[in-house]
Design a binder for this molecule. Structure first.
Ligand code: ADP
Ligand code: ZN
Length: 726
């Protein structure tokens, strides 16, 4: 028996590794710790950093217990953060330690600050020139000195390359001053004079108690200005505010507006930050010095000292869903985070998700509506082009009407955008002689030709190869035929049809880093180009005052395939694209090319009738018991050995608990080969667990999979509330 009081002398410590529980450690007498403290503990032969999660378990043999080695000198992880991590782990069925790892994503931030060593260009002549080394030098030519990790990432090389170049003297070491802490956003600065509708929305937002508000207003209706006021109110109360944006790299315009409004930039959180910036920002969030954070979904897991508001802008975006590691929907988790902290959450969108619409209808969220565009801007006129009658020439993609509209727009000194949401030159390349289709060696997917880079790419696994000279199947040369359009092919057509227009192609392949993206956006906004050809990267958020024509080249593109949200996403995307037109004084128009003009989603786009479309969509989902009227969980099993995967899913199918199924509360569909039956060389089978809305899938899945062994390289992935059905 341990002596009295012994239990209180132990603590459970959660370590940011893929572990489902915290481990017990003894608390040394001279080292008092509290829950939330960051500590260093022995794990096997190493020392690791973790967080004191709670009291220890008395049942662990005291003799076996190791001691906490040190308490780290920084503020503890706040209680709300810890409860949030517990909640997310339980909901997503991910290891608790993996969720903590998202909150401790900057390991260096736990250590005292030290001088940062960085590299600048030394004497390039001291080493042999290679393509990789040229990239490293180019990265340094364009920007400031970078540390090894940042430089390797920017130049897409290994840290070893950097080290070798340094050894040779091609690079020279310099010491970087610590990054400048950001100024304080000032909530007392005056914003614009708000319209009545904006005023009412602001009053509702800033007077209300905690809860979720859906801020629904057409593009350009002034939602951003409205939530800026909510941020100002939060800052006046001395609390931190978080704004989640789907594509932070594209938000130079947003940052500019924020700084103009508040006199200082916000702290940013996204993958493009340098190590030093990450460290500073993480620490400043924990210390309560960073008052406004704008970031991608992972910003939700930062250790806020005292968060007072969360805004999720473009809340309908599927980019908020994290699809690997800990799988979670950041918008939904933001609502949870807000609920735990009893703070307001604002979801903003011109095309809210059906989930949020139904939550508002059923009274779980408040709805605020901004019906009109700000100022003189009018909604663009939308016309459908029926491709069955208004046919493009063979091998071309612009119908005569769209061709004419672009010609007129250019003649009228307007600016036009041709939108096609497909990267590369052509989605499929086949051999005219033998019919062979060029396929990814490790996925069930065609290779996409990228003509600018003269390569074939798999858009699922990133596999790349040079375009072959001859068909790998029959060996014949010059027999490849490109099937279907990508933006690069469309650009070729545009060059032929509009040779004198200043053209700009904007896709993730041409934009490069955030700086180049911002530059392209600026060129469009300041009318340095006449004709833009782009993918969805151009669709979102930007304000293009000169754009008067948007041509949607293929509205049917996203509608095929069995995706639950295909129509909803198509509506959101095309509505967003259409909304780029006519945002200033000049009216805009939109031409939508389709083979299926009678589809509800296409009709709704034409009539700007979002409500009717949503009603139809809602009824369909309700009838099928699909989200948001039911719940889904996807269970994906994968492995390199197809027979082993098959055997495993057979065992799983036999083990499905029957009781809930019999009561009609839960149905398990599958196993079936996933649409991407092979991904990165792994065979994939999936089950879909479908529950009534009032039934949680997690306990069922837990009971089902309990005790199941995962031999060899078999892997299990659980995706609660799936958004991707590939
Ligand atoms: P949304 O976020 O709904 O797309 P924004 O907030 O970006 O709309 O507003 C669209 C445009 O109108 C922006 O250029 C913005 O600066 C301007 N704007 C919005 N509200 C006002 C206002 N009250 N006074 C002046 N300009 C405004
Ligand atoms: Zn692939």
């Amino acid at each position: 028996m341990p002596p009295e009081g012994m239990a209180a002398r132990r603590a459970s410590v959660l370590i940011p590794l893929a572990l489902f529980t915290a481990y017990d450690y003894a608390i040394p007498d001279d080292l008092p710790v509290e829950p939330g403290d960051f500590v260093s503990v022995p794990l096997g032969r190493r020392m690791v950093n973790g967080v004191v999660w709670g009291e220890g378990d008395e049942n662990v043999d005291a003799a076996k217990l190791k001691s906490i080695a040190a308490r780290l000198d920084l503020s503890p992880l706040p209680e709300i953060s810890r409860r949030f991590i517990d909640w997310v782990a339980a909901y997503s069925m991910a290891p608790l330690g993996s969720v903590l790892r998202m909150a401790m994503s900057v390991p260096e931030a736990l250590e005292p600050a030290r001088a940062v060593k960085a590299w600048t260009i030394g004497d390039p002549a001291l080493g042999k020139p290679t393509a990789v080394r040229a990239r490293v030098l180019a990265a340094l030519e364009e920007g400031p000195p970078l540390g090894t990790a940042d430089l390797a990432r920017t130049a897409a090389c290994t840290p070893g390359v950097v080290a070798e170049m340094a050894r040779l003297g091609m690079l020279r070491a310099v010491s970087l001053p610590p990054p400048q802490p950001f100024g304080k956003p000032d909530p007392t600065r005056a914003g614009p004079n708000l319209s009545d509708a904006q005023r009412r929305a602001v009053d509702a937002l800033t007077l209300r108690e905690p809860g979720v508000t859906l801020l629904n207003g057409v593009t350009g209706s002034g939602k951003t200005e409205v939530y800026f006021e909510a941020i100002a109110a939060c800052l006046r109360a001395g609390k931190q505010a978080l704004v989640l944006l789907p594509e932070i790299a594209l938000s130079a315009q947003w940052l500019g507006r924020f700084e103009e409004r508040f006199g200082a930039p916000p702290a940013q959180w996204h993958s493009e930050l340098t190590q030093a910036e990450r460290r500073l920002n993480w620490r400043s969030v924990l210390d309560g010095k960073a008052m406004v954070v704008v970031g991608a979904r992972s910003a939700l897991f930062l250790p806020y000292a005292e968060l007072g508001l969360i805004v999720v802008d473009e809340e309908h975006e599927s980019a908020f869903k994290q699809e690997d590691g800990v799988i979670y929907q950041a918008r939904d988790m933001a609502v949870v985070r807000g609920h735990l902290a009893k703070i307001p959450v604002v979801l903003a969108s011109a095309t809210p998700s059906l989930e949020s619409i139904v939550n508002a209808e059923q009274g779980r969220y408040r709805a605020l509506h901004l019906p009109d565009r700000h100022g003189a801007a009018q909604l663009p006129e939308v016309k459908l082009v029926d491709l069955r009658r208004d046919r493009p020439e063979r091998g071309q993609w612009l119908s005569p009407s769209l061709h004419r509209a672009v010609t007129e727009t250019l003649a009228d000194e307007g600016q036009a955008l041709l939108f096609l949401n497909r990267r590369g030159y052509a989605p499929l390349t086949l051999c005219r002689d033998c019919g062979n289709r060029l396929q990814c060696p490790s996925c069930t997917a065609w290779l996409v030709e990228h003509r600018y880079s003269a390569r074939l790419q798999c858009h699922h696994c990133g596999y790349q190869t040079a375009m072959p000279q001859s068909c790998p199947a029959c060996g014949h040369a010059g027999t490849f035929a490109a099937c279907g359009p990508g933006v690069e092919r469309l650009a070729e057509e545009a060059e032929r049809l509009f040779p004198t227009a200043r053209r700009l192609i904007i896709t993730s392949d041409t934009v490069g880093g955030p700086k180049k993206t911002a530059e392209m956006i600026r060129m469009v906004a300041e009318r340095e180009v006449d004709l833009i050809i782009g993918t969805q990267i151009i669709a979102k958020g930007h304000h293009f005052p000169h754009l008067t024509l948007v041509g949607v080249v293929d509205a049917d593109l996203g509608l095929s395939g069995g995706d639950l949200r295909a129509a909803e996403r198509t509506y959101q995307l095309l509505h967003q694209v259409a909304g780029r037109a006519g945002r200033a004084e000049r009216p805009g128009r939109v031409l939508i090319q389709t083979y299926d003009p009678d589809r509800a989603v296409i009709q709704a786009l034409k009539d700007h009738d979002q409500a009717r479309f949503l009603k139809i969509e809602e009824e369909d989902r309700q009838r099928a018991g699909m989200p948001p009227f039911g719940r889904l969980a996807a269970i994906i099993v994968s492995g390199r050995d197809e027979a082993a995967v098959e055997a495993q899913v057979k065992r799983m199918a036999a083990a499905v608990p029957r009781a809930e199924q019999n009561e009609g509360r839960i149905a398990v569909l599958g196993p079936a080969p996933a649409p991407l039956a092979m991904l990165r060389g792994r065979h994939r089978r999936r089950f879909l667990v479908k529950c009534r809305r009032d039934v949680a899938p997690q306990p069922f899945v837990r009971a089902w999979l309990k005790g199941l062994k995962w031999p060899g390289d078999l892997r299990l992935q659980i995706d609660i509330d799936p958004y991707s059905f590939l």
